[in-house]
Design a protein around this ligand. Structure first.
Ligand SMILES: [Zn+2]
Length: 290
């Protein structure tokens, strides 16, 4: 082959090292950057100050961020950010306002008041899917999604809840498509493309830098393990760890609920703070999204 036709392509599989051109306007609470757009969520609460947690979700839908926000608006729920599969970001609620994304649950000293203490980030992703007898891929609404890319995974809380209850009337639609006994053990999960994962990493890295109050990055399924499965096993929250200041952000650890558990990431002073400074905003339970 003539030399001029040879192309050397270097593929860098590592995520970017910084938060790129993303920035937060601390006055307006808006994210800025080339790939950032805005579409206001209708449902939003009062002022949010000193958020402690970032809660990661998936949309459980096939649509992009714009469609997801439109769907949220119909239910008057909301999220600060929705990240598309190509890594572009849509902001629905400024970081200075409470979004309705987490609902009821428990995480550390937060009981049913996660919305007023957290930033919610939605990732466009269909979630769990199952193969029917014809090897077609069926999503949790009972719709064929054979064009989607998946990976195998078992949800860490698979044993904690009843899939039939979780999917409600959609469970029968999944079964009607020829899926035998759908479970959350050894099922398929839509992958999060690199561009989308990198965008989450950049955003989280930026947010923990600009909001020193943030101490945790968790999944919705960590806060509400009995009723939520997002973001699920296809998103490795641990991968966010390398982009946040060490010793500060605590990610989900399977054994965190065990008595006497201390994460290697916790500092003693932080644990002491957890016990002594229980001054957080009034509860805002109730509405949440997928
Ligand atoms: Zn969620």
């Amino acid at each position: 082959m003539p030399a001029e036709h040879l192309q050397l392509q270097i593929v860098d599989v590592r995520p970017p090292l910084s938060f790129g051109d993303l920035e937060v306007n601390m006055r307006t609470g808006l994210l800025t950057g080339r790939n950032v757009g805005y579409l206001g969520c209708v449902g939003r609460g009062g002022y949010l100050s000193g958020p402690s947690v970032i809660v990661i979700h998936f949309t459980a839908g096939p649509g992009d961020a714009r469609k997801s926000i439109q769907a949220m608006n119909q239910r008057r729920v909301s999220s600060h950010l929705v990240i598309n599969r190509d890594g572009s970001i849509m902001q629905g609620v400024p970081f200075t306002r409470v979004a309705f994304h987490a609902g009821k649950g428990v995480w550390w000293h937060f009981h049913d008041n996660m919305n007023s203490n957290s930033i919610g980030i939605e990732l466009c992703n269909l979630g769990p899917m199952w193969r029917n007898r014809k090897r077609e891929l069926i999503d949790s609404y009972g719709i064929k999604r054979s064009e989607r890319t998946t990976e195998w995974g078992t949800h860490k809380n698979a044993g904690k809840f009843d899939l039939k209850k979780l999917l409600d009337k959609n469970y029968d639609k999944v079964v009607a498509q020829g899926v035998e006994k759908p479970t959350l053990k050894d099922c398929e999960w839509e992958v999060f493309p690199d561009e989308q994962r990198w965008a989450v990493q950049r955003v989280c890295s930026l947010l923990v830098t600009r909001f020193p109050s943030i101490k945790h990055i968790i999944g919705h399924d960590d806060y509400a393990p009995e009723r939520k499965i997002d973001p699920g096993p296809a998103l490795r929250l641990e991968s966010l760890l390398s982009w946040v200041p060490s010793g500060r952000v605590i990610l989900y650890q399977d054994d965190h609920r065990r008595p006497g558990y201390t994460s290697s990431l916790d500092s003693t002073s932080y644990l002491r703070n957890l016990v002594t400074s229980r001054t957080f905003a009034a509860g805002n339970p109730g509405r949440d999204i997928a």
